[in-house]
Design a protein around this ligand. Structure first.
Ligand code: UD1
Ligand code: CA
Length: 462
C-alpha cells in the first residue's frame, strides 16, 4: 500500500534548524555545514521534497540569513525562532501554516541521512492514528530520550536523559526526534505543554504523554539502520556521516556494476549516471552532475565536475575535468586540466600538462604535451606540438583561435589570437604567429640560426 492510497491526507513538513551548533566552533550555523558538498539542511529539504510535501516550513534562528542564502528556495516557509526554548517551542513557531487535516512530519536540519524509504515506512506505521514516532535501538543510548512502553508494548511516554531515573536509563530504545502528527492534534497538544523539567525547555516529546492521556495509540517505526537518525554536533560526527554517505553511494554504484578499486577512497558530491564496465581507481571525486558512458576508465586522483563522458574513454591519473563534454574513444591525461566549455570530439587525445578552456577539439585531434588551448575552435585530425600556446588574452579582451582540419602546429608555437590557421597548414616549430596562416602552406616565424666562430664558454678563475 502506498502512502497515497493509505491516506488522502496531505503532508506538511516542519524542519527544526534553529540551533547554533556551538560545538562546530564555526561562524556558520551548523545546518549549512556541508556533507557530500551539500548543506546538511539541504539534504533534509531534498528528502522532504522527495515525499511530495505540500509545504515545508523551516524553523531558523542562529545565522538565519546565511541559512536563507544557502538554501535560496522561495518555496520554503521561513519561521523565525528568536529564542531557543526547546523543540516543542520550535515547532510552535511553524504551526501558523499547518492544516488541521494534514499529516505533519517533523524533521531536523542536522540529521542528513534519513531516507525517503524510512520516512514512508513511518507514515505507513502511523496509518489513521494521531501520532507515530521514529525510534531506534542503540547499544549506547546515552543522551537520547528513552521510549517507555507498557506491558502490552504500547508507547506510554518519552523521558529525556536529563530527567531519567537509573531504571529508565537502562532502556535502549530511543527517540530519534522524528515524528508524524495530525495537524489539529499537534496544535492542540503544543498549547498544553509546559517547561517544568530539568532543562526548563518546552519539550516536543511531551506530546506523547498527552496523546496517551487522551486515549490515542502512539505508533512507531524502528529504523533499520541507526546511522539514519544520527545528528551532527561536531566535526567528528560530520566526518563520520560523510564517510557513511559515501559508502552508500559506492554501494549503489557497485550494485550497478561499477568497479571501484577502493570504495573507501571514492567520493560523490553530486550525482553520477553510469553505463556498463566503468572502472574507477582510488581517490576519484565526482562533483555536480556527471554522466559516464560504457567501458570508461577513470584514473587515480581525478576530479570530474559536471562532466559528460562518452563510451570507451580513458582518463588517466590526476586529471581535472569541469563542465566538459568528452566524446567516445578519447584518451586524456595524465595531469590534464579541462576547464569549462571544453568539448572533445571522438578519439581526440589530450596529454600531460595540457590545459584546455572553452574550446572545441574535433575528432582525432591531438594535444599531447604541455600546451594551453583557450577559446579555440580546432578541426579534425589536427596535431598540436608540445608547448603550443594560444595567446587568447590581450590584457583586456579574449580572442578566438581557429585551426582547420589536418593542420600541424610545430612545437613551442605561440598563436596570437585572433588568428586562423588554414586546413592542412604546417607551422614551423618555435614560431610566434600574429597573422593568419594559409591552408596547405608551411608558415614559420623564427630568427635565423647563427654560428659564432672563436666563441668560448666563460670559465671561473680559481
Ligand atoms: C531531542 C529529543 C530527544 C531525542 C533527541 C534525538 C526533545 C525534548 N528531545 O533531544 O528525545 O532523543 O532529540 O536527537 O525533543 N532545536 C530548535 N529550537 C529549539 C531547540 C532545538 O530548532 O528551541 C533544534 C536543534 O537545532 C536540533 C534539534 O532541534 O537540531 C534537537 O534539539 P536538541 O536540543 O539537540 O534536542 P535533544 O536534547 O538532542
Ligand atoms: Ca541533539
Amino acid at each position: 500500500m502506498s502512502v497515497k492510497e493509505m491516506s488522502e491526507k496531505q503532508l506538511q513538513v516542519i524542519i527544526l534548524a534553529a540551533g547554533k551548533g556551538t560545538r562546530m566552533y564555526s561562524s556558520k550555523p551548523k545546518v549549512i555545514h556541508e556533507l557530500a558538498g551539500k548543506a546538511l539542511v539541504q539534504h533534509v529539504v531534498d528528502s522532504a521534497q522527495a515525499l511530495n510535501a505540500a509545504s515545508i516550513s523551516l524553523v531558523y534562528g542562529h545565522g538565519g540569513q546565511q541559512v536563507k542564502d544557502t538554501l535560496n528556495d522561495d518555496s520554503l516557509i521561513w519561521c523565525e525562532q528568536i529564542e531557543q526554548l526547546g523543540t516543542g517551542h520550535a515547532v510552535q513557531q511553524a504551526t501558523g501554516s499547518i492544516q488541521d487535516t494534514a499529516n505533519v512530519l517533523i524533521l531536523y536540519g542536522d540529521v542528513p541521512l534519513l531516507t525517503q524509504e524510512t520516512l514512508e515506512k513511518l507514515l505507513e506505521a502511523k496509518g489513521e492514528e494521531a501520532l507515530a514516532l521514529l525510534t531506534a535501538n542503540l547499544d549506547n543510548p546515552t543522551g537520547y530520550g528513552r521510549i517507555v512502553r507498557n506491558k502490552s508494548n504500547i508507547i506510554e511516554k518519552i523521558v529525556e536523559e536529563k530527567d531519567a531515573s537509573d531504571a529508565i536509563k537502562e532502556i535502549t530504545e530511543v527517540n530519534s526526534g522524528v515524528m508524524v502528527v495530525d495537524g489539529d492534534k499537534l496544535k492542540q497538544w503544543l498549547s498544553k505543554i509546559g517547561n517544568n523539567n530539568a532543562q526548563g525547555e518546552y519539550y516536543l516529546t511531551d506530546l506523547i504523554e498527552l496523546a496517551v492521556q487522551e486515549g490515542e495509540t502512539v505508533k512507531s517505526y524502528i529504523v533499520a539502520d541507526n546511522k539514519e537518525i544520527e545528528g551532527i554536533n561536531n566535526k567528528i560526527q560530520l566526518a563520520d556521516l560523510e564517510r557513511e554517505y559515501q559508502k552508500r553511494q559506492a554501494m549503489i554504484l557497485m550494485t550497478k556494476g561499477v568497479t571501484l578499486r577502493d570504495p573507501n577512497r571514492f567520493d560523490v558530491r553530486g550525482t553520477i549516471e553510469v553505463g556498463q564496465d566503468v572502472s574507477i581507481d582510488i581517490n576519484v571525486i565526482i562533483e555536480g552532475q556527471c554522466k559516464i558512458g560504457n567501458n570508461v576508465k577513470i584514473g587515480a586522483n581525478s576530479i570530474l565536475k559536471d562532466a559528460i563522458i562518452g563510451d570507451n574513454v580513458e582518463i588517466l591519473e590526476n586529471c581535472i575535468l569541469e563542465k566538459s563534454i568528452i566524446n567516445s574513444g578519447c584518451l586524456i591525461g595524465p595531469f590534464a586540466r579541462l576547464r569549462p566549455e571544453t568539448q572533445l570530439g571522438e578519439n581526440a587525445k589530450v596529454g600531460n600538462f595540457v590545459e584546455i578552456k572553452k574550446s572545441t577539439i574535433a575528432k582525432g585531434s591531438k594535444v599531447n604535451h604541455l600546451s594551453y588551448i583557450g577559446d579555440t575552435q580546432m578541426g579534425e585530425n589536427v596535431n598540436i606540438g608540445a608547448g603550443t600556446i594560444t595567446c587568447n588574452y590581450d590584457g583586456a579582451y579574449k580572442h578566438i583561435t581557429k585551426i582547420g582540419n589536418n593542420a600541424f602546429i610545430g612545437s613551442n608555437t605561440a598563436l596570437v589570437a585572433p588568428i586562423e590557421i588554414g586546413s592542412g597548414a604546417t607551422i614551423g616549430a618555435g614560431s610566434t604567429l600574429n597573422k593568419n596562416a594559409e591552408a596547405e602552406k608551411l608558415t614559420f616565424s623564427r630568427a635565423p640560426q647563427k654560428m659564432v666562430d672563436g666563441w668560448k664558454r666563460p670559465t671561473k678563475i680559481k
